[in-house]
Design a protein around this ligand. Structure first.
Ligand code: ADP
Length: 598
């Protein structure tokens, strides 16, 4: 409302300014014209009046008999004046040589006798000197402004008197007043016309400007659908074209900026790395979805808040403060426990505006997996070295013993060699298992699936363990359906059976049993290898499939185990998109199972 009023006032004032300019120009111009016209009119009018009075004076002068004047014959002169007075309609005065008024058309005889001497009248003075006298002055006799013309009356001896004609300037003044009235009325009319024409012209000038103001307001609101209308080819038309071009450029720029913002937003939201942007005061400008997930916050809730208020992490807050203070980049590693558990690499860099620090950009990279793999690799190398070292130390020890003379000891040398052979076998097993594992872990490992009878395969594996089974007098039952067919990598599934049955024998009691059976669901096939062995303590169950994890290291080694069997099984089953597991009760036995999708 206020804006509207304001707008109205501005338009009004501009319009009035325009009308006022026209008015002022016309006033000044006509004022000059009126001033000069008035001055010339007055001068011309006076000149004409004077000229007519002179010619009338000359006419009367020629009629005055010089004898009558010389004799100062008033009666004669009065007759003459009486005769001429109505003809020329002005005051006629005849003055003697001494300045004495002889006759005055406006006075009676008695009054004339009382009139004062006119010798001092300027026009009379001049006439008595022999030339024509003219004067304009206020007449004390008639109480009005008069024009006086005095002619010398001469005979052969010189000037004998003066004829003076006087005309009130009243009629000239009236003529002048009438002329002035016409001039001023003209001026008034012209000014009125100037106001009307000015307001029409101003409206026409302002209309396109108003249109431009309306359209520019729309531009300012971001609506570029309307365009300025080019009504004329003048400067205003040119301005409309220039503003349209400017609006088009701005619209294109806005579109470009929007597209770029969209691009950045897409990049930010699809980034695995978390991104935080804070301003120079440490308030959050934006965060991406990765950060939302790591810190359990939402962009809309944290935007505009101080970092520490929104995300309660002192380490990152300190990094931000340091970067904003020093202006250099920073990089550090931090561990989070809540809301996610992990290790993160934080890279912070200042955002500059010219040479001033305007904010800080943080990129947070989740390196939990990298660190876990590093630890795993380290542990793995330590484990492998340890596993290799034990048989190697033994082999080295026994070889040294043999070399130092035990070779000649016919009674024991073969035992020593057998021990060396055992350790060499263990080394061989270990290296084979390591090779299998690394082969399975290699990403490019492919499985070649084909249909085969699972019962048959289990039977074949059991055949291979006949001696071991007999040794411990273990009963084994293959309760898988005879015609159970499955589509999988035959060799690898054979290794799964081998490892499970091998363990079931190794960690079984004398006279124990092993049972192999299956449970079929709509999508999966679960194969269980159950034994009546030592079982696994509950605390070890979650770790049993990890590399080199053994419940009883000494016993496993003694039994020729490498600690890699179950982890090989796990890899094989996972390659088939299946999973493995164990249920066990310490002292009673275990049920190792693997599930394969059909
Ligand atoms: P190993 O070469 O020692 O057999 P595995 O990876 O096959 O290595 O097994 C890891 C550990 O799991 C074994 O050392 C043993 O402690 C335990 N284990 C495996 N199978 C059984 C089982 N059937 N009964 C009891 N313990 C078992």
């Amino acid at each position: 409302m206020a804006t509207g009023l304001n707008k109205g006032n501005k338009n009004l004032s501009f319009k009035i300014k325009l009308i006022f300019s026209y008015f002022l120009i016309i006033l000044v111009l006509l004022g000059f014209v009126a001033f000069f016209l008035n001055r010339n009119l007055e001068a011309n009018l006076l000149y004409d009046t004077k000229a007519s009075l002179i010619s009338q004076a000359r006419l009367v002068e020629s009629q005055i008999p010089s004898e009558s004047l010389k004799k100062e014959d008033a009666a004669d002169l009065r007759t003459l004046v009486k005769e001429w007075r109505p003809k020329i309609d002005c005051r006629i005065t005849i003055i003697g040589n001494e300045g004495k008024v002889l006759i005055d058309s406006e006075r009676s005889r008695e009054e004339t006798l009382c009139m004062e001497n006119h010798l001092n009248r300027p026009e009379v003075k001049q006439a008595l000197n022999g030339t024509m006298g003219v004067d304009i002055r206020y007449s004390s006799t008639l109480k009005i402004k008069m024009l006086y013309v005095a002619l010398p009356l001469k005979d052969k001896d010189g000037t004998i008197g003066t004829l003076r004609l006087a005309l009130p300037l009243e009629s000239a003044r009236r003529t002048l007043f009438a002329a002035r009235k016409i001039i001023f009325m003209g001026l008034f009319f012209a000014l009125g016309l100037a106001i009307i024409l000015g307001s029409i012209l101003a409206s026409q000038t302002i209309r396109p400007i108003n249109n431009m103001i309306r359209v520019s307001r729309k531009f300012a609101e971001g609506d570029f659908s309307r365009k300025m209308i080019r009504n004329s080819g003048d400067e205003i038309g040119e301005l409309a074209v220039a503003l349209n071009k400017m609006a088009e450029d701005i619209e294109n720029k806005i579109r470009e900026v929007k597209a770029q913002n969209q691009k950045f937003a897409t990049i930010l939201s699809s980034m695995i790395e978390g991104v935080i942007v804070v301003d120079k005061t440490g308030c959050i400008i934006s965060i991406n979805p990765a950060i939302e997930k790591v810190f359990g916050v939402l962009d809309k809730d944290v935007e505009g808040k101080l970092f520490l208020e929104a995300i309660r992490n002192n380490d990152i807050s300190d990094i931000i403060s340091a970067v904003l203070k020093r202006g250099g980049s920073d990089s550090s590693e931090l561990s989070l426990v809540w809301p996610v558990h992990g290790v993160f690499q934080v890279n912070a860099a200042p955002i500059f505006d010219g040479d001033k620090i305007n904010g800080c950009l943080l990129v947070i990279h989740d390196i939990t997996e990298v660190r876990r793999l590093e630890i795993m690799r380290r542990d793995f190398i330590a484990n492998v070295s340890h596993e290799l070292k034990t048989p190697l130390t033994s082999i080295k020890g026994f070889v040294e013993t043999l070399l130092e003379g035990a070779l000649e000891d016919k009674e024991h040398n073969r035992d020593f060699l057998r021990i060396i052979q055992d350790h060499a076998e263990r080394l061989d097993n270990l290296v084979n298992d390591l090779l299998s594992l690394s082969y399975l872990e290699a990403e490019e490992t492919e499985i070649s699936k084909k249909d085969f009878n699972l019962w048959r395969q289990a039977e074949d594996v059991i055949q291979g363990f006949k001696t071991q089974l007999k040794k411990k007098n273990i009963k084994i039952k293959n309760e898988l359906p005879i015609n159970l067919s499955i589509k999988a990598d035959k060799n690898k599934i054979e290794q799964v059976f081998t490892n499970f049955i091998d363990n079931a024998i190794k960690f079984n009691k004398e006279n124990g049993y092993i049972k192999i059976y299956g449970q079929e669901t709509k999508d999966n096939m679960k194969i269980i290898v159950e034994d009546s062995g030592f079982g696994i303590p509950e605390k070890d169950i979650p770790l049993i499939f990890e590399r080199f994890y053994r419940v009883d290291k000494a016993r496993s080694r003694e039994l020729g185990g490498t600690g890699l069997g179950l982890s090989i099984v796990k890899h094989i089953v996972e390659l088939h998109k299946g999973n493995v597991g164990v249920e066990s009760t310490e002292g009673l036995g275990s049920k190792f199972w693997f599930i394969l999708p059909k």
